[in-house]
Design a protein around this ligand. Sequence first.
Ligand code: FAD
Length: 287
Amino acid sequence: MKTTELFKKKTTLSFEVFPPKPTSDESVIYKALDGMKDLDPDFISVTYGAGGGANCGKSVQIASDIKNKYHIESVAHLPCIALSEEDALTVLESLKNVGVENVLALRGDITPEIVPNGRFKHASDLIAFIRERFDFNIIAACYPEGHSESSSLEEDLGYVRKKVDCGASQLITQLFLDNDYFLSFREKARAAGISVPIEAGIMPVTNKAQIERMVKLCGVQMPKKFLRAIERYEHSPEALRDAGIAYAVDQIVGLLSENVDGVHLYTMNNPYVARRICEAVKSLFEV
Ligand code: FAD
């Protein structure tokens, strides 16, 4: 099923997982999926390393398994910065052959390890490429606080609009810790003529290293309330985890009250955290 169809019927709750590193035990991801299956997410998306590499084949395999073995709709991420046209066609054909119907088309982060191919400079280039050749449902990323490379939110929104005009029919946001950024972004997006569903990306922050990584990579603002909780509980992993879960639940309740189209939970392959959050909010998605 094309995930865009879901929004016509309900407020969605989706999960995101990532493939294990080439050096890690492969069974980890399947244990995570086993632990999340009965939480009944509307779909599960699988990340894909922008630099290609050994675990990219696993992304396709995992997206296929989610759909064909777990019988949950799957979304395959596809960052394009390092891909040639031929590479993109190979991955897209593999996804099509295993019945995956949804692709989250991305540029990928530019890091020293990434060698840009030059064929796809922006996600919109990949979106147009897919739209011309395939029948996938195409999803794109958006940034409530603006993308870190953009000079303004308005400029960034113009490029989000371009992604929709090129063929994206659903958006998922980067994580944010202050719902006001999301609500203001949604208002501006609607005013800019972006009418596709916008799922809010929520990351339950459950350990200190994760917070530091997140701030470095995404540049998201950390509200005082959030910082105080981190300071208060940073020396107790269990208390910090519980504070992170409570914070995410509070964000989700706030978003549902504002009629969000859906919530995309960055589960970090952690079924325990996903379960605790689902137990707290699942009934709110059914009203
Ligand atoms: P783009 O839409 O290309 O935007 C990148 C920058 O270029 C922005 O500043 C934008 O304003 C600007 N821009 C866009 N179009 C144009 C244009 N035509 N001309 C000039 N400027 C333009 N990364 C991975 O490597 N693997 C993943 O699996 C992955 N999953 C993600 C899932 C979600 C939900 C999100 C939000 C991000 C994910 N990322 C992933 C990270 C993503 O690749 C980075 O945030 C990346 O820096 C930007 O990707 P994008 O698709 O938004 O790029």
